[in-house]
Design a protein around this ligand. Sequence first.
Ligand code: NAD
Length: 553
Amino acid sequence: EFIKTYANHPVYKAPRGMELHAKSWQTEAPLRMLLNNLDGQVAENPDELVVYGGIGQAARNPESLRKIIELLLELDEYHSLLVQSGKPVGIIRSHPEAPRVLIANSNLVPAWATWDHFNELRAKGLMMYGQMTAGSWIYIGSQGILQGTYETFVECGVQHFNGDLTGKLIVSAGLGGMGGAQPLAATMAGGVFLGADVDETRIQKRLDSQYIDRMTHSYEEAIAWVQEAMEKGETLSVGLVSDAGDMLEKLLHANIVPDMLTDQTSAHDPLNGYIPNGLSMTLASVLRKTDPAEYKRLSLASMARHVGFMLELQKRGAVTFDYGNNLREFARQGGEPNAFNFPGFTPAYIRPLFCEGKGPFRWVALSGDPEDIFATDNALMEAFPENKPLINWLEKAQQKISFQGLPARICWLGMGEREKAGLIFNDLVKTGKVKGPIVIGRDHLDCGSVASPNRETESMMDGSDAVSDWPLLNLMSNTAGGATWVSFHHGGGVGMGYSQHAGMVVLADGTDRAATCLKRVLYNDPAMGIFRHTDAGYDKAKEWAEKFDLKVW
Ligand code: NAD
């Protein structure tokens, strides 16, 4: 009956309201979040169980999805469910403060950790790609990356444009699940945005959710719109249906040099993500199946061309950075030797935040009532009156963000702040100031949860970019601390062989048990970022370790 109502292909939907379907909120929470990941408003392609980020899935196949749902409906607080690459594989004995679900996605022994080997296993039905929050059931739609993108654009503005993006042109491509946050982040930061996507339906989705202002197939029309907005000093975002490289080539010919230039196509996956230049969507999906080797060759060559244009625009003055999709690496493989001549966004803009244990903290109202999120917004504004950027962000978010699926919020919080926020939320639930429990999680793109040498750990001070003991320690800390579900993935963001990362979600259901777990998890998790960056030699992290009396050696 439950499956008929909530997981009836092609309609997936998380239950709303206070009626429990599982035995407790500890299992109702992952159940709702799994289904929310697949909600048509949230997921990029629910038909294929794909949530975002190329082929990032929530469950391996429909049978596995069904089985996970059945098991979560029955699971009690003395057991935990094991999920291996989107398939339930066992139940272990545990206890009420232990995670209810333990998830491992897409992990391969290092010498076999390539897309080719992964794709073979995937074709045999043995694995799925979990991306970061797709397979760990804490994706909240484009909002999930919105504040990070906004902070990055604002910080780039501070470093290069005297803190004012009025009349400045931000150019990018890829308007999918995460990349689709760019247009709204750009206009929230005060700029003008032009972004290409080959797939018209992806831009349409951003129009529908009010993340982008306009769409066109005509380069000339797009340029006329953005130039007018720039002259008038107005904000505007335009999606152009086009290959990324083709759009940049036209900008170069017209000598229109963006102020800021980046990219969020699914470059991390040359076979199932990036669309080679010159191929229609239909042709691409045929070639992908009939001749994957040729598809990959074309894809790498297109990325080399694409990055070549970015390098030329950089020479002409565009502030250019990689936006976490491993485009530089695959362009290098495709024949562009200078692909790494522009920096990644982490060393350029984000690392100082990581040193404070800061990262993309997010939460979701399981009741489904938007008022619950507004209540949490208000509680945070009261709790952190001195944090003006946070208040500014929450006010903007309330005005501009339309929720996708269950109402949710994101904001970057650091050491101390996360624990405080978590306990406040638990009290809101306990005292009935919100209608239902809240789950708190984060992206795997966080201060102490990921090893990714072309992204989060690019150019670490001590050269420890590829050391992946850190995300494993993060996983173990969050398991020891009593997160409600934990995950360890490989290949998120940048693709197979290039990253390992851990995720956690913890429930605030108003109980004392939840308060105990929140205190531990929301202390340990950001502390991992401070440990990691202190160990790598960052003075700022050492300062924060002292400030919070963290034990580091
Ligand atoms: P997605 O698969 O939902 O969207 C990718 C989009 O790129 C699609 O709409 C696709 O049509 C488009 N595209 C592919 N090839 C193209 C081409 N040649 N020209 C123009 N458009 C093209 O993926 P997503 O969730 O939006 O993520 C995008 C990338 O960003 C991924 O590589 C992901 O790992 C990375 N990412 C970065 C961050 C970050 O913080 N920097 C966060 C999340 C994801």
